[in-house]
Design a protein around this ligand. Structure first.
Ligand code: UD1
Length: 341
C-alpha cells in the first residue's frame, strides 16, 4: 500500500482528502501543527473511517522534525496543504505568510530530495490569476500580479516547485489551482472549522443562518456583473478531495515534470446567487446587507476545467446546492455539539 504524507491533513481540504485517499487504497499519514484546526476533525475522521490515521503534530517549518517524519514513514508521495490562507491577514502580517508558506515548502522539497520521495501534489489557488481579462480561465491564462501576500506565496510556491522539477527530472508534481472550495463531508462529521470571525463567504453565511452572527455583509453590489456582486467558481470540497486522488494517480502513472490543473466546477455564481441558493435548499433565511467592496477582491473568475477532466479523468458530481446543504448540516452539528458541551 502506497503511503502518502499529507501536510495540513487535519485542515479543511486536507481532512476531506484523507477520507478519499484511505478509500482509494492509499495509506495516508497526517502531519499538522493544529494552528488552524482542532481535535474535532480527528474525531470525525475516526468515525467516518472506523480507525485512526497516523498523525504527527509537526510544523513544516521545523526541518529536523520534518526529516524525522520522513525517516520514520518513508512516504511514497506528499500532498502539501499546510499553509496560511487568509487574504486580509496576509496583508497585515506579510512576513508571517512568507515565512510560513515558503519556508515550509522549501523544507519539504529538501526532505523529499534527501529521502528519495519524488511525487508531490501542491495546493495552489486561482488567486495566481489575479483579475483575469477573460473568463473562464485556462491553465494557459497568464498569471497576473496577485492582490495580496497570500497570493504571492502561492505564485512563488509554484515557481519554486517548477524550478525544482527542472533541476530534478525524476520529480513528478501536480500544481492544483483551487477555485472556491465549499461544503462539507455528506455525513456532517467533518467540515470547515474557521477560527474566530470567518473570512470566507460560506462559513460566515452558515453562522449567520445559525444565529451565531447577526448579518452577512455582501462586499459590494456595484461590480460589472449581472447582479453587481462578485462572481466565483464554488467547488464542493469532496469533489476537490477526489481531484487530489486523481492527480496523485496521474503523476504516479509516469508523468514527470510539473503539471498544472484548474479545479473548479466550471461555473460562476454571484454572492447573491449563493445566498438565494442557500435559502432555497435549507429553507433558512439569511439576514444580509450590502456593504462596501472588500479591498483586494477580484470582480469575477471561474474555471475552464477541460484539462483536469481530460488528463485526470475527473469531474465534479456535486452542485452548489449540494455544497450549501452539506455546509449547513455541518454547521447544525457544530452548534448541537457545542450545546451538549
Ligand atoms: C480567497 C482567495 C482564494 C483563497 C481563499 C481562501 C483571491 C482572489 N481568492 O477567495 O484564492 O483560496 O480566499 O481563503 O485572493 N464575501 C462577502 N461577504 C463575506 C465574505 C465574502 O460578500 O462576508 C464575498 C467576497 O467578496 C467574494 C466571495 O464572497 O466575492 C467569496 O469570498 P471568499 O469566500 O472570502 O473567497 P475569495 O476571496 O474568493
Amino acid at each position: 500500500m502506497k503511503k502518502i504524507l499529507v501536510t495540513g491533513g487535519a485542515g479543511y481540504i486536507g481532512a476531506h482528502t484523507i477520507i478519499r485517499l484511505a478509500g482509494s487504497g492509499y495509506e495516508p499519514v497526517i502531519l499538522d501543527n493544529f494552528s488552524n484546526t482542532d481535535e474535532r476533525v480527528l474525531k470525525g475522521l475516526r468515525e467516518i473511517l472506523g480507525r485512526d490515521v497516523t498523525l504527527y503534530r509537526v510544523n513544516c517549518t521545523d526541518r529536523e522534525a520534518l526529516d524525522d517524519v520522513f525517516r520514520r514513514e518513508r512516504p511514497d508521495g506528499v500532498i502539501h496543504f499546510a499553509a496560511y490562507k487568509a487574504v486580509a491577514e496576509s496583508v497585515a502580517e506579510p512576513l508571517r505568510y512568507y515565512h510560513n508558506n515558503l519556508l515550509s515548502l522549501i523544507h519539504l522539497l529538501a526532505c523529499m530530495e534527501v529521502h528519495g520521495c519524488h511525487d508531490l501534489v501542491f495546493s495552489s489557488s486561482c488567486t495566481v490569476y489575479g483579475q483575469p481579462k477573460q473568463n473562464p480561465v485556462t491553465e494557459q491564462t497568464p498569471r497576473l500580479p496577485a492582490n495580496a501576500p497570500y497570493g504571492r506565496t502561492k505564485q512563488m510556491g509554484e515557481d519554486i516547485i517548477t524550478d525544482f522539477c527542472a533541476a530534478h527530472p525524476d520529480f513528478r508534481c501536480a500544481l492544483l489551482r483551487y477555485f472556491n472550495p465549499v461544503g462539507a463531508h455528506e455525513s456532517g462529521l467533518i467540515g470547515e472549522l474557521p477560527y474566530g470571525v470567518p473570512g470566507n463567504l460560506v462559513p460566515f453565511l452558515t453562522q449567520v443562518a445559525a444565529g451565531v452572527r447577526s448579518e452577512l455583509v455582501v462586499f459590494g453590489n456595484d461590480y460589472g456583473t449581472s447582479d453587481g456582486s462578485c462572481i466565483r467558481d464554488y467547488i464542493h470540497v469532496m469533489d476537490l478531495a477526489e481531484a487530489h486522488v486523481a492527480a496523485l494517480g496521474y503523476i504516479r502513472s509516469g508523468n514527470p515534470g510539473c503539471a498544472i490543473f484548474n479545479l473548479g466546477q466550471g461555473l460562476g455564481h454571484s454572492v447573491l446567487d449563493v445566498i438565494k441558493t442557500f435559502t432555497d435548499v435549507t429553507g433558512v433565511k439569511v439576514s444580509y446587507r450590502i456593504g462596501d467592496r472588500r479591498p483586494g477582491d477580484v470582480e469575477q473568475i471561474w474555471a475552464d476545467v477541460a484539462l483536469a477532466s481530460q488528463e485526470l479523468r475527473w469531474k465534479t458530481t456535486r452542485t452548489l446546492s449540494d455544497a450549501l446543504r452539506d455546509a449547513w448540516n455541518w454547521q447544525v452539528r457544530l452548534i448541537s455539539e457545542s450545546h451538549s458541551g
